[in-house]
Write a protein that binds this ligand. Structure first.
Ligand code: HEC
Length: 102
């Protein structure tokens, strides 16, 4: 199953270097990147620190692939220009703090 997901991930996001592994991401760096670029818009929708975006009952991200895809999509929308390693830091932060996906 894991192998299947990896292959699916590769098929969806292109060759391997296009995304870094969130397990290698640094939660602290991820938090500072996230707080700088991502909170304002989520907070304008959900108030406070915007974290309800991740914890609302019907939140969209329910597996790691979706987390990677969503961070990539929001990153792209905002135009932060993060490198894959920086996306991995933010994924690590969001997973450690909110999603706890295995
Ligand atoms: C311009 C507004 C905006 C900005 C800036 C933004 N987002 Fe989002 N984000 C959204 C919206 C709207 C949704 C909800 C989409 C939905 O419900 O389908 C969302 C959803 C998400 C989710 C999925 C939450 C769930 O349902 O589990 C993640 C993860 C996420 N954003 C990460 C980020 C990251 C990382 C950044 C910073 C690079 C960021 N977002 C910046 C608008 C934004």
């Amino acid at each position: 199953m894991k192998i299947f997901l990896v292959i699916l991930g590769l098929a969806l996001f292109g060759a391997a270097p296009a995304f870094a592994d969130m397990d290698k991401g640094d939660v602290k760096i991820g938090k500072s990147l996230h707080d700088k670029s991502c909170i304002a818009c989520h907070a304008s929708k959900y108030g406070e620190d915007g974290s309800k975006m991740y914890t609302r009952a019907d939140h969209k991200v329910t597996n790691r692939q979706q987390l990677v895809a969503r961070v990539k999509a929001c990153n792209h929308n905002v135009g932060t220009g993060w490198f894959p390693e920086e996306e991995a830091h933010v994924e690590a932060y969001l997973n450690a703090t909110y999603y706890h996906l295995k």
